[in-house]
Design a protein around this ligand. Structure first.
Ligand code: SAM
Ligand code: SF4
Ligand code: SF4
Length: 378
């Protein structure tokens, strides 16, 4: 991990209660922010707890036995999450991603998935289409839960896996969890029909960079095109991971290492706002993705909103402040009022942290501590 661990400033409560506009138009599904970006994805953090202590996300030194996670009463209930998701769908959201913390630690998560699977998009047709529902998990509970998740209506899943080498994997999760159990979770997800499966690997220079080729080889040989491996640049999210640029291995370098062994060619994006640049193996062995938010900012078409575990709406992964939707959900406001408030918030959005960082205008210079990833959701 990084050389210094910065003490955590508790920003969980920094959120303003949203204003309810009068005479707001009913949601049309066509919201646009100040930079002309639509709203397409909603990422929902269902718990701030996790059974791993990845140093880039929840370093053990900060998230120790004395750390105070949110009390149960602070969490949005399944009904509150579903009501929020419905309002976001009215505004144009088509995809929901459940995250955390570790989302599979939230009790009865499959009940929530079943509720979300019953929602419909606002796509101009009388009934709308089902939302695209997915989940990001560290995979530790997947072997046990894959069938129940699929039966509840989950369509696909993203599993985080930073190394194939058991020793490196155990060191990175920092709780000595064996890689074999995560691989068994991926097998179970495939067997249950969750598809496509994506694997996210955060690449840290000096920690797991030598795992890039072995993991790619493993995915090609064991799963083929059914599983897409994506390499994520180590990001400066939160305020506790002691991030420094020296530990970032740029996607271009990762790709060069891979290309030296398996020839790659670039694929076109399938939809605007896609986080990963897609590349295919020239021999037809499937595709890989590169998520380069440090070296190649993609704020220009960022269409993602994030709902924290306790119902704060964040407009950017690097935001310092949220909007307290829970205050409205629990404050007796009706759906039309809350939808109008959401519309107003998105309409005023102008966040583009990564772009500003790459121009040397953000980061430490902003003077504001950022919210933690396990709380806001990855
Ligand atoms: N616990 C689940 C997991 O690990 O998949 C879901 C939450 S986790 C915060 C979501 C994603 O964020 C994971 O793929 C994780 O690797 C990624 N992540 C966390 N901290 C990161 C960082 N500093 N830089 C890049 N990716 C990070
Ligand atoms: Fe937990 Fe996911 Fe963060 Fe690792 S990245 S500590 S698994 S929330
Ligand atoms: Fe979106 Fe913020 Fe990431 Fe830019 S930095 S892509 S606005 S989440």
């Amino acid at each position: 991990m990084g050389k210094s661990v910065i003490p955590l400033a508790d920003l969980r409560y920094a959120a303003a209660v949203p204003r309810i506009p009068t005479n707001a138009p009913a949601p049309s599904g066509l919201l646009s922010d100040r930079l002309g970006r639509s709203l397409h994805d909603l990422r929902i953090s269902v718990t701030d707890r996790c059974n791993f202590r990845c140093s880039y996300c929840m370093p053990k030194e900060v998230f120790d036995k004395d750390y105070k996670f949110l009390p149960q009463t602070s969490l949005l209930s399944f009904e509150e999450i579903t009501r929020s998701a419905k309002l976001f769908a009215q505004h144009g959201v088509k995809k929901l991603r459940l995250t955390g913390g570790e989302p599979l630690l939230r009790k009865h998560i499959e009940v929530l998935i079943a509720q979300l699977a019953a929602l419909r998009t606002n796509d101009g047709t009388p009934e709308g289409a089902p939302l695209d529902i997915t989940l990001t998990t560290n995979g530790t509970l997947l072997a046990r839960k894959a069938v129940a998740l699929r039966e509840a209506g989950l369509q696909r899943v993203t599993v985080s896996l930073d190394a194939l080498d058991d020793r490196i994997f155990r060191r990175m999760n920092d709780v000595d969890f064996p890689v074999a159990d995560v691989l068994a979770g991926i097998d179970a997800a495939l067997a249950a029909g969750l598809s496509p499966i994506k694997i996210n690997m955060v690449v840290k220079r000096g920690t797991n960079e030598h795992e890039v080729v072995p993991l790619a080889r493993h995915v090609r040989e064991h799963y083929g095109p059914r599983v897409v491996l994506r390499f994520i640049e180590y990001m400066d999210v939160g305020a506790t991971n002691g991030w420094c640029m020296d530990e970032v291995l740029p996607s271009a370098d990762v790709r060069a290492r891979l290309n030296a062994v398996f020839a790659l060619h670039k694929l076109p994006a399938t939809q605007p706002g896609e986080t990963a640049e897609r590349w295919a193996y020239a021999d037809g062995g499937g595709e890989v993705g590169f998520i380069s938010s440090v070296t190649q900012a993609f704020c220009g078409d960022c269409n993602r909103a994030r709902l924290s575990t306790e119902g704060k709406l964040f407009l950017c992964l690097f935001a310092s402040r949220g909007h307290d939707l829970r205050a409205l959900l629990r404050g007796g406001y009706d759906d039309a009022q809350i939808a109008a408030a959401i519309g107003l918030i998105w309409g005023e959005r102008e966040d583009r942290y990564s772009e500003l960082r790459s121009q040397g205008a953000a980061g430490a210079g902003s003077g504001e501590r950022r919210i933690e990833m396990h709380y806001i959701g990855g």
